[in-house]
Design a protein around this ligand. Structure first.
Ligand SMILES: C[S@@+](CC[C@H](N)C(=O)[O-])C[C@H]1O[C@@H](n2cnc3c(N)ncnc32)[C@H](O)[C@@H]1O
Length: 231
């Protein structure tokens, strides 16, 4: 039985508000991933673990042609639906299950921002993404930085186990911590080619929001973001 890791109910509502202008999400992870995305004009984009649609809104504003968002949380999708209207197709779906509803070779770009590490069935998920991407299409993945997890949770750097992490207001999330070798190895093992790896730091705008966390992202590893190509 897989863990039910989608951010249901109040947890989703809390994360949607907290991440809208948070240094870690709005000013560190998102700018880095959107830079890795490059020019999205006219592209068909698959946003896996789309949450409240923070990425989808940006992609729509940058001229993406078709945006398909997938998430396992009704509360998150409800917020995304309100914000996006008919600018995105949204699907309620557990990423532990196959992506059979997506046609073959139908996307130019797939992104998974801070969701991959939640999933148990990652091999199946990557195979589904590979099938849904057209040859030459790109996959962007961001995750918690392995050394940040090691510092926080301690124990062995090479530990590959589920951990629990507080996200405020009494909510916790659970995800797999893994070494860099494990993370990159899974993506390459699924047949993707690594094109770029980033260790994002907050943009200048984040300093105004929260100077302490801004400094933290400039001194300590926080997230990893990679761009891969489907050959
Ligand atoms: C950290 S949030 C990131 C949301 C969005 N990508 C962003 O950056 O704003 C993780 C998201 O993954 C979703 N999620 C986690 N596990 C999932 C699963 N098994 N199936 C579908 N969605 C899942 C959660 O509901 C949540 O929306």
């Amino acid at each position: 039985m897989n863990a039910d890791t989608a951010y249901h109910g109040k947890k989703g509502e809390h994360f949607a508000v907290a991440s809208a202008d948070h240094v870690y999400n709005a000013h560190t992870d998102r700018p880095a991933m959107l830079r890795l995305a490059g020019d999205v004009t006219g592209l068909s984009v698959l946003d896996l673990g789309c949450g409240a649609g923070h990425y989808a809104v940006e992609l729509a504003e940058r001229g993406a042609g078709r945006i398909v968002g997938v998430d396992g949380s009704e509360s998150m999708l409800g917020i995304a639906r309100e914000r996006l209207g008919d600018r995105a197709e949204l699907h309620l779906h557990d990423l532990e299950e196959p992506l059979d509803f997506l046609p073959d070779a139908s996307f130019d770009l797939a992104l998974m921002a801070l969701v991959y590490h939640h999933v148990d069935a990652r091999e199946q998920l990557l195979a589904g993404i590979r099938r849904a991407l057209r040859p030459g299409g790109a996959l962007l993945v961001s995750t918690t930085h392995p050394t940040a997890d090691w510092q926080y949770f301690e124990g062995s750097y090479h530990a590959h186990d589920r951990v629990e992490f507080p996200i405020g207001d009494g909510h916790t999330i659970t995800y797999w911590r893994m070494s860099l070798e494990q993370f990159i190895g899974e993506l390459l093992g699924a047949g993707f080619v690594l094109e770029e790896l980033a260790e994002p730091r907050s943009t200048e705008a984040g300093r105004q929001v929260d100077a302490r966390r801004y400094e933290k992202t400039h001194n300590r590893p926080t997230f990893l973001a990679v761009r891969l190509r489907r050959p």
